[in-house]
Design a protein around this ligand. Structure first.
Ligand SMILES: *[C@@H]1O[C@H](CO)[C@@H](O)[C@H](O)[C@H]1NC(C)=O
Ligand SMILES: *[C@@H]1O[C@H](CO)[C@@H](O)[C@H](O)[C@H]1NC(C)=O
Ligand SMILES: *[C@@H]1O[C@H](CO)[C@@H](O)[C@H](O)[C@H]1NC(C)=O
Length: 196
């Protein structure tokens, strides 16, 4: 059996829930996201727009950035097929406990994880959204979070400076896995259709 091990992390910002697609023939794919919705004009003009191909030779190591801290805490959640990806929706009412991201490259802000997006390919296809030196990985797990120090909720934060933080974890096959990760990799293929 093949197991997933996570190997790399990048940080980027994301758009809201909407009918966009990676498929070049449906809504036109990433090249056309900027035309699908006026709030997404950056997808057309931006030069740091996902999906990003990380060029390893261009990276600079920043020794001032501390490791990202993720709270270890059980929270209510559900796994759904959005039609575009598998998503773990976290029960995020203000009163419920929340898992926060701190430290790392977050300028001292605290970000609350709102959802976890899981990009996996069908069958043997590699499904990561981002690539490193052109290489697509079998799986990408994105922790999508919003700044609770500055904003009351995700929708406010998604339109505002320092509003969202997304941590993307690229996963590859390896000899051992993490038992929590294995729960996701076995659950995702069981939600085959939108709404499951
Ligand atoms: C996460 O941040 C929220 C809002 O500041 C706080 O209420 C909550 O206790 C934090 N969670 C943990 C596990 O510390
Ligand atoms: C897909 O992932 C496998 C396993 O990591 C890797 O060997 C292969 O090069 C990847 N394929 C592409 C097209 O990136
Ligand atoms: C988010 O917060 C803003 C400002 O406090 C409020 O106007 C808006 O209704 C909230 N949206 C949601 C979805 O709760």
């Amino acid at each position: 059996m093949r197991h997933f091990v996570s190997i790399a992390v990048v940080v980027h910002a994301v758009a809201a829930d909407y009918q966009w697609s990676y498929d070049q023939d449906v809504f036109g794919g990433p090249d056309f996201w900027g035309l699908v919705e006026k709030d997404w004009w950056m997808c057309k003009k931006g030069r740091l727009q996902s999906p990003i191909d990380v060029q390893a030779s261009q990276l600079l190591f920043d020794s001032s950035i501390k490791p990202i801290r993720i709270d270890k805490l059980g929270v209510m959640s559900e796994l759904v097929n959005t039609g575009q990806m598998a998503r773990v929706r976290i029960g995020n009412s203000a009163r419920k406990p929340s898992v926060n991201l701190t430290s790392g490259p977050f300028y001292g802000y605290k970000y609350r994880i709102q959802r976890i997006d899981i990009h996996m390919g069908r069958g043997t296809e590699n499904g990561s959204e981002h690539t490193i030196d052109g290489r697509r990985f079998p799986m990408e797990i994105q922790l999508i979070s919003f700044n609770t120090d500055l904003y009351a909720n995700f929708s406010m934060a998604s339109k505002s400076p320092h509003g969202l933080a997304a941590v993307a974890i690229l996963a590859d096959f390896g000899p051992t896995t993490n038992s929590e990760l294995a729960k996701l990799t076995t659950a995702v293929p069981s939600i085959r259709f939108q709404g499951n």
